[in-house]
Design a protein around this ligand. Sequence first.
Ligand code: PAF
Length: 281
Amino acid sequence: MKILRTKKAASATSAAWRRDGQSVALVPTMGYLHDGHLSLVRIAKKRADRVVVSVFVNPTQFGPNEDFERYPRDEKRDFALLRKAGVDAVFAPTPEEMYGREGATVSLSESALSTVMCGAQRPGHFAGVMQVCLKLFNIVRPDVAVFGEKDAQQLAVLRRMARDLDVPVKLVGAPLVREGDGLALSSRNTYLSPEERKRALALSSALATAENDWREGRCDDARRAVASIRRRIAKAADSVDYVVAVDKDTLEPVERLRPGVLIALAARFGKTRLIDNHILR
Ligand code: PAF
């Protein structure tokens, strides 16, 4: 597995593969990898001849009071996992390599998709995500990029960016991966105390109850479903940021639950903010 530290090396490696007629998949990550990330790698391997994983904790998507400094990092472990998963190259630049000494000056402005839900609580977050992903797409020039549906809003925002700016990459969504007891995998789960982790199971169980109620014809009223999820998680969480039922592509609120509806939520347990979601199929 190649370890690429510079944009030049990442571009050249990918360009050489493409010159040889090989397709390239990119899996953007912020490292501290878990099984969810490895599931993205498995999908990427099916979609392309070569797989590049970027490991970069992107400073521009963190707000001033967020966890950029304490975001968990373990490059050695990440690289070992990626090597074992059969990744061809890892791109792990420093912020200075990525943005230059003076930092980035140009950024993409946020749209209706990126100022709701997580965007309402984290102003500028999706502008930073779009900025770094567009840079990664321009550096690696992948045919395909794989993102987790755990960050369903991120995927919707990036799909719209790629469409609006005619970025020649196919974005593939990968199903959310949960622990055996239902907790959605996240690098931030490591912040939870055992007691907070136990309470956090209310998120997946409230989503599962809503899915069952819909499937068994007990509730397809989106407002009622959202209110019931909110009630359930409010009992366990320290605070609830949002619960919504929206169209998974436009992120516009829906009145009735139907396939393609994304039920998404964010709640806080101690100092940790967790997101979770379920897409009705
Ligand atoms: O989902 C993430 O880990 C990040 O937002 C991403 C897509 C790697 C951009 O920094």
